[in-house]
Design a protein around this ligand. Structure first.
Ligand code: HEM
Length: 404
């Protein structure tokens, strides 16, 4: 612990009240302790909109080391998990600035408005297919039956994976989740197995695109490889990152969006009567219950934020979910209001690491909700929703049974 840490209020993200009601817990911290210290994470916590925004824009803060979980393991375990560490060290955003910009530049060639728009018909088709499958029963669990398979199908489409192989993505993605959580060594081993399997799965597909270019992301990578911009190891590692970044998050947005609508019948009715409010409703879903609750950073040099001086090497957690309900910025912040304007939420981050897939995620959610509300206008809960907490302060829906 560094010298200034003890003078700050202490916050415990594992406290029963934080696990039971993260929104309420963070509301109280935001009102009383804009900067706090989390002994369990050996890190500071920022919660106010202005402070979180300033931190996200500050290039003296780097994305925190994702391999911290691996660092805690024994020497033998670390040696065993060396391959997954090497893969993660190639993930864009976790490399040095030069490599990060090189990758951003390359991916922006692919993530264009026309590519995103071009995927719209496929998003519609997949949404209809998933609802067709659920229709005879008149019930489904939104999480496995709609929220997960929709973005999985889209990523598979982007990567050019054959239809029959798409189930694989779900299993890989579930295992890879452990790398972003406080997880035990067995889950880390499973994550490594899945990362390596996915990378090996992608190699022949990449080889195919070298010979036979198509309109997909692997072809963009293959052509950049030919120009000497990236190598095969970077490509397969970053495809794993994209699978995860675009899959778990978008699934979470769709599930929490359905949950919010069912919990707010007035807003649900308004959206049904005015479907053109769907983009604005999606922004409000992102604000009220966005998938990225907390983002972590580490200071590269001493930095003053929120009136507090942090030494170099300090870990900071930026509570996006708390900032997105800051009454200094949002009127009636705890109200779900699909007409809210402006809506300056930070659910896709801001600054140099701003989400590359934001337009894609918005498009997927937009199409999905338009179709869902047309086909299932009476959708309602068919049992309790299952939520799991992932400290610090991240939670997401594991199941959401509905009937319609
Ligand atoms: C609702 C869905 C999504 C949410 C909430 C979300 C959230 C975020 C956030 C908060 C960041 C910034 C992380 C930071 O500052 O450290 C980010 C970055 C990123 N996201 Fe997303 N994301 C979503 C969907 C997607 C999709 C669909 C893709 C691609 C298929 C994607 C790809 C990326 C990538 C590659 C980055 C890293 C950008 C960089 O380092 O320059 N995301 N995302």
């Amino acid at each position: 612990m560094t010298n200034d840490a003890p003078v700050l209020p202490s916050v415990d993200p594992f406290a029963p009240e934080a696990l039971a009601d993260p929104t309420g817990y963070l509301r109280q911290i935001r009102a009383t302790a804009p900067v706090s210290w989390m002994p369990a994470m050996r890190a500071n916590l920022l919660v106010r909109h202005a402070d979180v925004a300033a931190a996200l824009k500050d290039n003296r803060l780097a994305t925190a080391n994702l391999t911290q979980g691996l660092d805690q393991l024994s020497e033998d375990e670390q040696a065993e998990l060396r391959p997954v560490r090497e893969s993660m060290e190639r993930w864009m955003g976790h490399t040095n600035t030069e490599d990060h910009l090189r990758f951003q530049h390359l991916l922006k060639r692919y993530f264009t408005p026309s590519m995103v728009n071009g995927l719209r018909p496929r998003v519609r088709e997949f949404t209809h297919e998933l609802l067709d499958a659920a229709a005879p029963a008149g019930r489904m669990d939104v999480v496995p039956d709609l929220a997960y398979p929709l973005p999985a199908n889209i990523i598979a489409e982007m990567l050019g994976m054959p239809i029959g192989d798409r189930e694989l993505l779900r299993a890989w993605s579930r295992d890879i989740l452990a790398l972003f959580q406080v997880a035990d060594v067995d889950r880390m081993r499973a994550a490594q197995r899945s990362v390596l399997e996915m990378q090996d799965y992608l190699r022949p597909l990449l080889e195919d695109r070298r010979q036979h270019p198509r309109e997909d992301l692997l072809t963009v990578f293959a052509s950049a490889e030919r120009d000497g911009i990236v190598n095969e190891e970077e490509i397969v590692a970053n495809c794993v990152l994209l699978l995860f970044a675009g899959h778990e998050t978008t699934a979470s947005l769709i599930a929490s969006g359905v949950h919010l609508l069912m919990a707010n019948p007035d807003q649900f009715a308004l959206l049904k009567s005015q479907p053109d409010l769907t983009p604005s409703a999606v922004e409000e879903m992102m604000r009220c219950d966005g998938p990225a609750g907390v983002i972590s950073r580490v200071s590269l040099e001493p930095v003053t934020l929120a009136g507090h001086e942090f030494p170099a090497g300090r870990h900071l957690y930026l509570a996006i979910s708390a900032a997105n309900r800051d009454p200094e910025v949002f009127d009636q912040p705890d109200r779900f209001d699909i007409t809210r304007k402006p809506n300056r939420h930070m659910g896709f981050g801001i600054g140099v690491f701003y989400c590359l897939g934001a337009a894609l995620a918005r498009t997927e959610a937009d199409e999905c909700f338009r179709i869902l509300l047309t086909r299932c206008p009476d959708i309602r809960p068919a049992g309790p929703a299952g939520r799991i907490m992932v400290p610090p302060f991240n939670d997401h829906l594991e199941s959401l049974p509905v009937e319609f």
